[in-house]
Ligand binder design. Structure first.
Ligand code: 5GP
Ligand code: MG
Length: 473
């Protein structure tokens, strides 16, 4: 199960948390469209509402009003191809001897199975096959003997993989980021409280101020009365493993992740793309929306070429990626994007996109542009070829589906029918993001991961938990 989600946690001084959580989830809707949920605590008991669908569909006024309490957490879940499974919708909540627990998780553990069977042997009953429930049960068990921060530390020593979590234990809300900092998580200050969220755009939406990123391996506990927070560095590693794809594709351009504004990174990636493999053409156009910032940086560096919007996007069509069959995905590209023939007819055209996954989008676009009269079509991509799957939370297809898994760049060019094709180098990506490449997770473009994943290579000496995937058998 590969999930890519958005998480929120809020503690306020003197008003219900549900509404700001709801707005924050709206701001994170791009991170997950399958389900939305909120869990609050009113000082006596927990309240929850989780439903399938978009944020705007999942809650009505009555649902928000029923979610009593000044603290709470929220979650939006990314759709996984085909399966619509309400058992996996979040926040996940359980009540047990030492209180009530709610969990919102973005990321993916890679040692879920060994932990689940261990906990099952101890009598824990599981309702889903998800990794989040495993974290919840492990925490619940530790909380019988330890205080909240100690319990989280113990659990962090047992789980391996990516996680940005917001957790509600009774009326205490905390945020936890895995020791590699794979998924983003930020802390913000509101006039009357604090907020934790996957992206800073959610803090902006609430009129708040970004305080800082939650550090890799850190837990931040919000005071239940919304007046302060405490920070606990629970695990420290020499190297981080920030997912580079957050800056390339996933996050909103107006979010700041690990101190870098996503929009600036994308423009720099576009500039670097021109410097590495610029091609002369009449017009440079973005593949909307994800290619926009890249194309503006590229066109600026190219300065003789005209920057034009030559592809119009139908804003009512959702992400084509989740269409279950290839035929549907191809039809969907035409539903979603239509060329403006005047900017294309008789011209040499360069189109800029952030990434190629299966190659559906670029194949369809090259054909569309030729039909619209393009003399030549050049494709420039603001990331390296995606050659391996993501196990850490981005739903990115298996190796067989990845067009670059077993093809050279020239073979890909031929497959998509372009006159020329170039990707960006891994070093340029690291440069633009501003991290050493050793501190990024580049698994999908190098095939080497910052975690131990069965059957895959790793890029570092790993600090593994005592019980792990490798000794499962
Ligand atoms: P392709 O058509 O090659 O399979 O996918 C490439 C397009 O999908 C690009 O325009 C890119 O912006 C977008 N994309 C890249 N990664 C993801 C992802 O993880 N999920 C979704 N929904 N779209 C993606
Ligand atoms: Mg796109």
């Amino acid at each position: 199960m590969h999930e890519k989600c958005g998480v929120v946690g809020v503690a306020l001084e003197d008003r219900p948390a549900a509404r700001p959580i709801y707005y924050a989830l709206y701001a994170l809707q791009h991170r997950g469209q399958e389900s939305a949920g909120i869990v609050t605590h009113d000082g006596f008991q927990q309240h929850g509402h989780v439903e399938m669908g978009l944020v705007g569909e999942a809650f009505d006024e009555g649902d928000i009003a029923d979610l009593a309490g000044q603290v709470g957490i929220g979650h939006v879940r990314y759709p996984t191809a085909g399966s619509v499974d309400s058992a996996c919708a979040q926040p996940f909540s359980v009540s047990f001897k030492s209180g009530s627990l709610g969990l919102s998780h973005n990321g993916n553990l890679v040692n879920t199975d060994v932990l689940r069977s261990e906990l099952a042997d101890l009598g824990h009953a599981f309702t889903s096959d998800g990794d989040t429930e495993v974290i919840a049960h492990d925490l619940a068990r530790n909380l019988l003997e330890e205080d909240l921060v100690e319990a989280v530390e113990t659990t962090m020593g047992r789980i391996h993989g990516s996680y940005a979590l917001t957790i509600a234990h009774d009326d205490r809300v905390l945020g936890v980021r895995d020791p590699e900092g794979n998924r983003p998580l930020v802390l913000g200050r509101l006039e009357d409280g604090y907020v934790l969220a996957s992206e800073s755009a959610a803090i902006d939406t609430l009129g708040g101020e970004l305080v800082r990123d939650v550090r890799p391996g850190e837990a931040i506990v919000l005071d239940p009365d919304g007046t302060d927070y405490t920070a606990h560095q629970l695990v420290e590693r020499e190297r981080t493993g920030h997912c580079f794809f957050e800056w390339v594709y996933f996050a909103r351009p107006d979010s700041i992740i690990d101190d870098r504004l996503v929009y600036d990174v994308r423009r720099d990636l576009g500039r670097a793309l021109y410097e590495e493999s610029g091609v002369e053409s009449d017009v440079v156009m973005p593949v909307p929306d994800s290619g926009r910032a890249f194309a503006s940086g590229y066109a600026e560096a190219a300065d003789e070429a005209e920057f034009a919007e030559g592809l119009m996007k139908n804003r009512y069509v959702g992400r084509t990626f989740i269409m279950p069959t290839q035929d549907e995905r191809e039809q969907a590209v035409r539903l979603k994007l239509n060329p403006i023939s005047n900017t294309i007819d008789g011209k040499d055209v360069t189109i800029i996109d952030d990434s190629i996954v299966r190659g559906t989008t670029s194949t369809q676009l090259v054909e569309l542009l030729r039909d619209a009269g393009a003399e030549s079509v050049h494709v420039r991509i603001g990331a390296p070829p995606i050659v391996a799957p993501c196990y850490l939370g981005i739903d990115m297809a298996s190796r067989e589906e990845l067009i670059a898994a077993d093809r050279s760049v020239d073979e890909i060019r031929e497959t998509i029918g372009a006159d020329s094709l170039a990707y960006l180098s891994v070093d340029a990506v690291a440069d633009a993001i501003g991290f050493d490449r050793d501190d990024l997770c580049l698994g999908c473009v190098t095939g080497e991961y910052p975690y131990e994943i069965a059957g895959e290579a790793t890029d570092r000496d790993l600090d593994l938990p005592d019980r792990h995937v490798a000794d499962a058998d």
